[in-house]
Write a protein that binds this ligand. Structure first.
Ligand code: NAP
Length: 470
């Protein structure tokens, strides 16, 4: 695939080319002609100078057409996702389905009126007026996305922005740029006016950092690591900043849990998408009384998550994003073992391929559970009672999501009230959501500002009020 960055629909000409290689077998998957500082300026000018404002029906039609085009090309998208990221093809196909839903919900929401009405004669101080609200699009957004869902992360930024009429400059991950450019082309084909979208990749100091700092850009919407997110928070200046950062989500298995449910959620949560989801299960916290019963069923289940060639439809777990990432994960396994943990399954690495790994008796201060481990690891820790489970769950710097396995409503309510996280899912994985529901974390996982199609649409607008005598 020979691809290029775009400034408002125009393919960039430059000598600087990025090679994208398969994390699995290092074959060349594609190339991208890269942008430079002059293209950033051109993209900002194009976005700001704009064109004819889009009606709600225009925006609906473009998003709905994009949805249809994506369905027609889902195999091409899935193969590109899998080839450039190393994710198993079955995960890539699933991702195209999620992206379809994002486009569908954004199209539906774009048709709805988003105003409110406040009658003013409702207090002794009031009078016969009404205050109305309407939402105006921000004039220009910069969206910066990570590698782990090469399509879904990007569409979760673009679709809500386009649904409200805010032009976007997209800076996708340099590790998975091909899918993002395919989506850019698909949106142009769906009728998106070119000024509404530029997609730029290039050196961080020439592209991403100037975008973050530019005062003409109204909003930075960023998904990625805590380190980069905090750096952006420090340098963005006077503008809106949306930060969706890392996670360290627990699956908490209480002593009354249905063991089969716990086993399924633990395996799916830990190993799906090669464990590279911000909301993957990164810590399995199991009540000490049922650990043996849980492990007896969990180990055979975990064995069914076969890792291997991402292109093979039978492969459940592909590679992680690159060999350095796999080497890092291997090192945190070794460190945990030095502290007394026991590898019960997996743990072997070949290049960027790391076997799904179950590690028992992981100390509470092990690096693998204090920091985020972005890979197919299932570290198991035990707790004594619900107080201990809540304290252990809340003990990391992160606060994205959580999953609880219990039949006890009192337990469920305590977790909902006391976990310091953005989401609590009872008898589901932490990552459970629909694409339109509010999503996002607190503490180091984010500033508590939610995304998900509906909330993200609000982020890309400001509220204007006007009042009339009534
Ligand atoms: P990353 O290293 O932070 O990169 C994310 C994006 O930021 C990339 O496009 C990257 O560009 C860009 N970037 C790097 N340095 C930058 C700078 N100084 N200024 C502006 N942009 C910069 O994250 P990643 O490794 O791709 O993704 C994995 C992380 O994302 C994990 O921590 C995961 O938990 C998190 N994540 C969070 C959510 C959520 O919703 N909370 C969802 C998914 C993933 P280059 O590619 O060019 O370096």
């Amino acid at each position: 695939m020979k691809m290029t960055c775009y400034v408002a629909g125009t393919a960039i000409q430059s000598d600087s080319v990025l090679e994208v290689k398969s994390p699995y077998d290092h074959r060349l998957v594609g190339t991208v002609t890269l942008a430079n500082a002059s293209h950033v300026e051109q993209a900002i000018q194009a976005g700001l100078n704009g064109g004819k404002a889009l009606t709600r029906y225009d925006r609906f039609s473009i998003l709905d057409k994009a949805r249809q085009l994506l369905i027609a090309r889902k195999d091409e998208f899935a193969q590109t996702i899998s080839a450039e990221s190393g994710l198993a093809i079955r995960e890539a196909i699933y991702e195209t389905g999620r992206a379809h839903d994002v486009l569908m919900f954004a199209a539906m929401e774009s048709l709805k009126d988003d105003g409110q009405i406040f009658s003013c004669d409702i207090s002794p101080q009031g009078k016969a007026r009404k205050i109305f609200t309407l939402r105006e699009p921000l004039k220009l957004a910069a969206c910066i996305t990570p590698f782990n869902h090469p399509l879904n992360q990007v569409v979760h930024k673009l679709a809500p922005a386009l649904a409200v009429g805010t032009p976007v400059i997209l800076k996708p991950s340099e590790k998975t740029p091909l899918t993002a450019i395919l989506l850019t082309e698909l949106l142009y084909e769906a009728g998106l006016p070119h000024y509404m979208l530029s997609t730029l990749l290039g050196p961080t100091a020439e592209i991403a950092e100037p975008l973050v700092k530019d005062p003409r850009i109204d909003i930075i919407s960023f998904t990625g690591s805590v380190a980069v997110g905090k750096r952006i928070a420090g340098s963005a200046g006077y503008k809106k900043v949306i930060l969706e950062l890392g996670g360290n989500d627990p699956l908490i298995i209480m002593e009354d849990a249905d063991i089969d449910t716990a086993v399924l959620l633990a395996a799916e949560g830990s190993f799906r998408n090669s464990g590279q989801r911000c909301t993957a299960v990164k810590r399995i916290l199991v009540h000490e009384k049922i650990k043996a019963a849980f492990l007896e069923k969990f180990l055979p289940k975990a064995q069914t998550y076969r890792c291997g060639d991402p292109a093979d439809p039978d492969t459940k777990v592909g590679t992680v994003i690159d060999e350095p990432a796999a080497v890092y994960l291997e090192s945190v396994i070794h460190k945990a073992v030095e502290q007394g943990a026991k590898v019960l399954l997996g743990g072997k690495r070949k290049g960027a391929l790391l076997e799904p790994t179950v590690i028992d008796e992981v100390p509470r201060d092990a690096q693998m559970v204090v920091q985020e481990s972005f890979g197919p690891l299932a570290p198991i820790l035990t707790f004594r009672d619900i107080d201990d489970a809540i304290a252990l769950s809340n003990s990391t710097a992160y606060g994205l999501s959580s999953g609880i396995v219990t039949k006890n409503m009192d337990y469920a309510l305590r977790f909902i009230k006391e976990l310091k996280v953005g989401t609590v899912n009872i008898n589901e994985v932490p990552g459970y959501r629909i694409e339109s529901s509010p999503f996002g974390g607190i503490k180091d996982s984010g500033l508590g500002i939610k995304e998900g199609v509906i909330e993200a649409m609000k982020c890309f607008t400001y509220v204007k009020t006007f009042s009339l005598p009534w």
